[in-house]
Design a protein around this ligand. Sequence first.
Ligand SMILES: Nc1ncnc2c1ncn2[C@@H]1O[C@H](COP(=O)(O)OP(=O)(O)OP(=O)(O)O)[C@@H](O)[C@H]1O
Ligand SMILES: [Mg+2]
Length: 1085
Amino acid sequence: PSPVDTNPSMEVKTSLLDNMIGVGDMVLLEPLNEDSFIENLRSRFDHNEIYTYIGSVVISMNPYRSLPIYTPQKVEEYRNRNFYELSPHIYALADEAYRSLRDQDKDQCILITGESGAGKTEASKLVMSYVAAVCGKGQEVNKVKEQLLQSNPVLEAFGNAKTMRNDNSSRFGKYMDIEFDFKGDPLGGVISNYLLEKSRVCKQPRGERNFHIFYQLLSGASDDTLLKLKLDRDFSKYNYLSLDSANVNGLDDAASFRTVRNAMQIVGFMEDEVQSVLELVAAVLKLGNIEFKPESRVNGFDESRVKDKNDLKEMCELLGIEQSVLERAFSYRTVEAKMEKMSTTLNVAQAYYARDALAKNLYSRLFSWLVTRINESIKAQAKTRHKVMGVLDIYGFEIFEDNSFEQFIINYCNEKLQQIFIELTLREEQEEYIREDIEWTNIVYFNNAVICDLIENNQNGILAMLDEECLRPGTVTDDTFLDKLNTICAEHQHFESRLSKNSKFLTDHSLPHSCFRIQHYAGKVLYRVEGFVDKNNDLLYRDLSQAMYKATHSLMRQLFPEGNPAKVNLKRPPTAGFQFKASVGVLMKNLQTKNPNYIRCIKPNDKKVAHIFTDSLVCHQVRYLGLMENVRVRRAGYAFRQPYESCLKRYKMLCKTTWPQWRGPARDGVAVLLTDCSVPTEEFAYGRSKIFIRNPRTLFTLEERRRACLEDLATLIQKIYRGWKSRTHFLLLKKSQVVVAAWYRRYAQQNKYQKIKSASLVMQSFIRGWKARNILRQLKYEKRCKEAVTTIAAYWHGTQVRRDYRKFFRANAGKKIYNFTIQRIMQKYFLGLKTTTMSPMDNTWPAKPYGFLEGAHTELRRIFHLWRCKKYRGQFTEEKKAVYEEKLEASEIFKDKKALYPSSVSQPFKGDYLEIQKNPKYQKLNSAVEEKVLLADLVNKINRANGKGSPRLFLLTKSNFVLADQKTGQVKTSVPLPDLASVSVSTQSDGFFALKLKEGSASASKGDFLLSSDHLIEIITKLHRIGTTAADRDQINIDISDEFLVQFKQDKVCVKFIQGGPKNGNSAACKRKNNRLLEVSVPSP
Ligand SMILES: Nc1ncnc2c1ncn2[C@@H]1O[C@H](COP(=O)(O)OP(=O)(O)OP(=O)(O)O)[C@@H](O)[C@H]1O
Ligand SMILES: [Mg+2]
């Protein structure tokens, strides 16, 4: 492999003219002749450069191996680049076409021509995949793309076959319109198919195969599927499959089958549709196995019979046809003419003919149905205006040993394409010169219009005559057709026949009798007339088509519409030739409205192998493709043209004025440039927008100088770049250094500052301390000085004053000072006494402050107490005063004499305990007592007999005391107070008292009274008081002793009080001990 082979994608080419192997554009070939042309192709081919330009036409050599030049990187490389910018590639053409479609709104067509095996189909797929890769993206768009791309494997499986020339030869013509919206996103497509080579279904030339699908189905389908289709995996079981080349090297039929199934699914085939299609394919195979045997009939005609009905049966089952119907259709033929119907039997040969015709029709109609079905899926949904890119991949020019009707048709199509090529390229070239205002000289080239005319002329063209023969009544054979040709076309310079009127070929032994020869643009082709009429008629017996129409299989009615008995059409269907001519006519018209882009495919050898370049073969193709003429036409005027802008851009470095920048119109710049480079004026011409260069050599000189200049420029650029790079680097370093330095300085400075700061703080504190101590010392000294001065001054003043006043003071100063001092002391003392309270109960008195005040202090305390008591007394009312007087008297009588007394101090003297005024119970009693009752109480009168007490009401008035019954209030005794001699009580805490009466008084007869009361103290005190206040009486004596005598009527009884134990209870108890003694035991306190 060449160095380019190692990694071509790494190589960045900026121009067609860079790194050229040979020349990339044949227009630049120097010298231009066939040898150099072929040599250029060869040297490029040897270096894996399979694409070469002639202007904008791409020549493509089939490399017969996969080259790494179709990678996504390559797609990117060629995307949006100018055509001549990169080395020749089919992508450049696809890109150019796509961009002018998208940007300039020009419908495009890509015409791919070349003979069988030259790589047309591959080229068409490359173009499609490139466009798919560069156009818009998105879910919807991607689906459309995928469907468009996946239609290829389906059509190839059904329409391609292995031939001698090509293992994957397209056996049909295909034209596909890809439709885009205004953005350049694909919307859908339409596929047109042209004339499938259906004879292949029944018979294949030696070394060739039937259509791929048969082999794919048998080797790729699952056992289950095959069982359903009633098929056997063994190819040899089927008559229609040629055996010698059933397996092709490098073709994996099983894998392809999976690819096709998958592709059908993507394109949108339903599962049952796929099944129907496969059923039809199986039916064709079965059909081929039906054989016939002769059966003599009475009238001497041979009649055919189906030999082994098994295949027929299975086929009928597959298609859902009644077996007998089909069987009859293979044995009889009904001919209808006007109103008559005639049935004739078929002999064996006719039966076989009918069978094959049916197989061919079935298959070719299935193929057309597939195309229609695919179109349904891929058709553009939107009804908006579309931009269209057409890709034409039609079968290539074919010259076989044995050429028949199909080759004739195919070659006719190629003639037409050549015609359109000639017309369009020349016209375009011509138009460009006119457009650009350049002088145009006509170039002589071979125009194949005459050949087209020979074939398609409506009056005496070969196709017209064939049709005429077919329609002519009477016996029509291929020979009668040839005879006709011999008469009519004899004079045509491109028609050759042994038996023609033209005696020139009488002795030509290369021309058999049953043949005619046409000098096609691509070479002479010998056609055998056998089968022309039949194939043109394309006859399918009506019985068969009607039988097919009756089938229940879902597709059959669509495929055989003419079998509908309701629409019997007696007119002959259009012949195959006629149909083809018509469709080619439509195609040509269509192509003419579009901007053509050419890919001319060339096959380098006949062996389908890589690396072999057969000169003679290539030379032949170059000749018939008219490539040399193409180059010449292109060069006749000017070999090279370029818009001013790009020319100026490319060469501006050759002239100082245009380098580095030309300001002004590009055209002027180019003019300046060319003059400066001293290019001879006849070497170029100025068009409107382009500069035209006549000789490639001139261009090469320019290129050469450019290359040299580029080297200098490269050095310059390198120098500047290196300088720039170093400088940038330096500047960056410098900048970084400054940043680093700044940060470092900042850091260092911060550190230093911190140190200085802390040091100065230390120093500052020391200095401040020192200063403060100094000041303190100073202040202290000053203070001492001041104090000293003050002291000295005071003493000094004192001395002064004393000295001055000594004479005045000496006599009574001491006394005065003493008085003053005493005064001050007393003042302070009296103010200190102020704190004492006014309460008579308060016993506190400040301690004496000075010894000399002792007497005064005690006296003051006494006086103060008396005074505050007087003050206190002064607040009393009369009643309160009386109460207190009573209390005072009680205290005088009992204090320290009777143990009962202290408990009575706190009890107020109430007087009337019985509430005698208010209580109605005592009303009688009340009325009995005339005077004011001073005291009323409940007392116990002690019985002298037993010492027991009985309750009595005791009332005291100013003049007497009364004892009354407690219950009735009946006065029992009333004693006037003057009769009362004395009262005796004990020293103890009991309530006993004895009221002693004066001897000899009126009341004395009753005897003394011994009573006990809870209010003893009060009663005695009141009695005593009455005595003191009454002027007419003596004081009542009050004896306080624990033993006294009581006079009960006659007897004197001693009452003795003893201290009793606590067991005696709370109250005192009185007991009679004997006649003379009453003992009262008083509980100990
Ligand atoms: N660019 C290519 N790179 C690699 N191999 C290629 C290329 N072009 C063609 N081939 C090979 O050549 C074979 C034939 O190519 P292709 O089927 O495109 O020929 P064709 O011109 O369509 O022929 P036909 O007219 O018989 O259909 C392909 O199967 C492929 O192996
Ligand atoms: Mg092909």
